[in-house]
Design a protein. Structure first.
Length: 278
């Protein structure tokens, strides 16, 4: 069975046809981005652009995109962001859903979480998000970007913060921003230092404690269980049992959990080593 639907920010497809004694159902989130060049005014070779696209913010030097630099940036963006988010979680199926039978034995599959990122020039086809991109002058070291405004250096691994021991915290900004496009907030949103409804782009929202700073939705590159929320939300919607489920019902794991037989389900066993099946 294949079941798909739009989640607004992306498409979700659940495929249980791939299930067997060892393979879970696949849940693939597909996000289509439309990239749009921001070039100097009047087709000039160089010019300026404001941080965050806001005329009241600082101006930065930019240069015109070339065909080669544009194609290379898009390719690097798509491949690296997809590789970061793809195939990192398994959702534990504690419901009597998607059960199948092989050789007279019933199995309940878990859910493997995949991510597909499609990036083309804006307007090439229907896209979930349009992304403006500036090409920074080599002398510029920083540019204020956000989830739909990027710069040519956002795919670089750079120092985004420091720990309490003054050790650098590295991040590739575009991976963080794709997290926002998937629906994730900054790591400390909802805490006293970053209340919901406040300006969640202020520094405290990126983490105050060292472990939170290290999160990919903070200042670092660390992936956490809570980052499986987009797949959890998709499963609640696709199952058709949204009124009976919450996000915590689809527990996320970072290691592979194999499909379970009824006795394993009953004992709440976690099958993380390849079992012997008929």
């Amino acid at each position: 069975m294949k079941l798909g639907m739009s989640m607004g920010k992306f498409e979700a497809e659940l495929d249980s046809d791939v299930c067997d004694q060892y393979n879970n159902a696949n849940l693939i989130l597909t996000m289509k981005l439309g990239f749009r060049q921001i070039n100097p005014a009047g087709n000039a070779a160089s010019g300026t652009y404001h941080d965050y696209g806001n005329p009241t913010r600082s101006t930065r030097k930019i240069i015109k995109w070339t065909v080669g630099s544009w194609e290379l940036w898009k390719k690097n963006f798509v491949s690296s962001a997809q590789n970061y988010w793809h195939g990192k979680f398994w959702l534990v199926n504690n419901f009597d859903l998607y059960t199948y039978e092989k050789n007279g034995v019933k199995y309940r599959p878990n859910i493997w979480c995949g991510f597909k990122l499609v990036g083309k020039d804006a307007g090439a086809e229907a896209q979930h998000h349009t992304i403006d991109v500036v090409r920074l002058d080599p002398t510029e070291k920083w540019f204020g970007s956000h989830e739909t405004l990027y710069d040519s250096k956002d795919t670089d691994n750079v120092v985004k913060g420091r720990t309490s021991a003054n050790k650098p915290i590295m991040q590739r900004a575009h991976v963080h921003e794709v997290g926002h496009l998937l629906g994730l907030d900054h790591v400390d949103v909802g805490k006293a230092n970053c209340p919901v409804g406040s300006n969640t782009n202020l520094a405290p929202c990126y983490g105050v404690a060292d472990p939170d700073k290290q999160s990919v939705m903070g200042q670092g590159m660390q992936l956490r269980m809570e980052h499986a929320v987009p797949w959890r939300r998709a499963m609640i919607t696709l199952s058709g049992k949204g009124s009976l489920m919450t996000l915590t019902d689809w527990e996320a794991k970072r290691v592979r959990h194999y499909p379970r037989i009824p006795s394993e389900v009953a004992s709440n066993a976690a099958i993380i080593n390849r079992p012997t099946r008929k």
